[in-house]
Design a protein around this ligand. Structure first.
Ligand code: A3P
Length: 275
């Protein structure tokens, strides 16, 4: 990879800031940061390190595409520029805005078991509330609607995990061939497996090898290396999850079942969650 990175200097053409030709649009808490950071060690990929929130936040969108472009890394024409903002996946107006910028853009979407994603989402929000000296609501009080004893679809963490509902909006505009679905549960345990599939989707030469990933037992996660650096994700990724009553867990798994079934039909893939 080091050799490849130095070869970056040998590209023909100009080093310019360009709008992304690939976006990780979500899903929040499914491993979007791991996916982006792992991809960044590929010699032909340059990433925007921070989440831009360009297409979902009015005050950013108003700044215009020129502003967005100038936030992007410098790339050569044959390189891939990737931005990731997980809020894009669930924000209604975003597909149309991205389509307006580039109809042929490639979209990366990472999914994870929807029930575990809800717990991860809750854990993060709770962590942030505690950091602001606010109290945390009980998981069961947010997830279950006490009036009807059913899973509460008004709870945003539940709504976000109804993947098929949000994906439908994207499929109305973009052909499925422009999308690639990453399995976040596999990325966690075997990053190379998922990253090689992304390389194929992006029509990149296969550069990732097993040497680029090593398991850090202190962190309990895979970290990345190339010949110059070794790096893990920040401690905000991979928090200890809140303990959940098995009965609530079962309610959630049953709730997501028909949506999972629909999702895997939509993406033409064998179901890997409870369907
Ligand atoms: P948890 O914090 O629930 O464990 P996102 O970046 O979209 O917010 O996703 C965060 C999730 O990425 C973490 O969820 C963690 O499980 C997952 N993840 C996948 N690979 C990881 C890695 N190598 N290091 C840290 N977290 C990783």
């Amino acid at each position: 990879l080091l050799q490849e990175q130095s070869e970056r200097k040998n590209h023909s053409g100009n080093l310019l800031q360009r709008n992304p030709n690939c976006i990780i649009i979500g899903v929040r808490k499914c491993g979007t940061r791991a996916l982006l950071e792992f991809l960044s060690i590929h010699p032909n990929i340059q990433i925007s390190k921070s989440e831009m929130h360009f297409f979902n936040k009015e005050h950013n969108y108003k700044k215009g595409l020129e502003w967005y472009r100038k936030e992007m890394p410098y790339t050569y024409e044959d390189e891939i520029t990737i931005e990731k903002t997980p809020a894009y996946f669930i924000t209604k107006k975003v597909p149309e805005r991205i389509y307006k910028m580039n109809q042929t853009i490639k979209l990366l979407i990472i999914f994870r078991d929807p029930t575990i994603r809800v717990i991860s989402d809750y854990t993060q929000v709770c962590h942030n509330r505690m950091a602001e000296n606010k109290t945390c609501f009980q998981f069961k009080d947010l997830v279950m609607n006490p009036m009807i004893s059913k899973v509460d679809t008004d709870y945003r963490a539940v709504d976000t995990s109804i993947y098929c509902k949000h994906l439908l909006r994207w499929l109305r505009l973009f052909p499925i061939e422009q999308m690639h679905f990453v399995d976040g549960d596999i990325l966690l345990h075997n990053p190379l497996h998922e990253l090689r599939k992304v390389e194929t989707f992006l029509k990149l030469e296969h550069k990732f090898t097993a040497d680029n990933f090593y398991f850090n037992s202190t962190r309990g996660f895979y970290c990345m290396r190339n010949t110059t650096t070794e790096r893990c994700l920040s401690s905000g990724k991979g928090r200890r999850h809140a303990k959940v009553d098995p009965h609530i867990l079962d309610n959630l798994r049953t709730f997501f079942q028909p949506y999972n079934k629909r999702l895997f039909k939509m993406i033409n893939h064998v179901c890997v969650y409870r369907c």
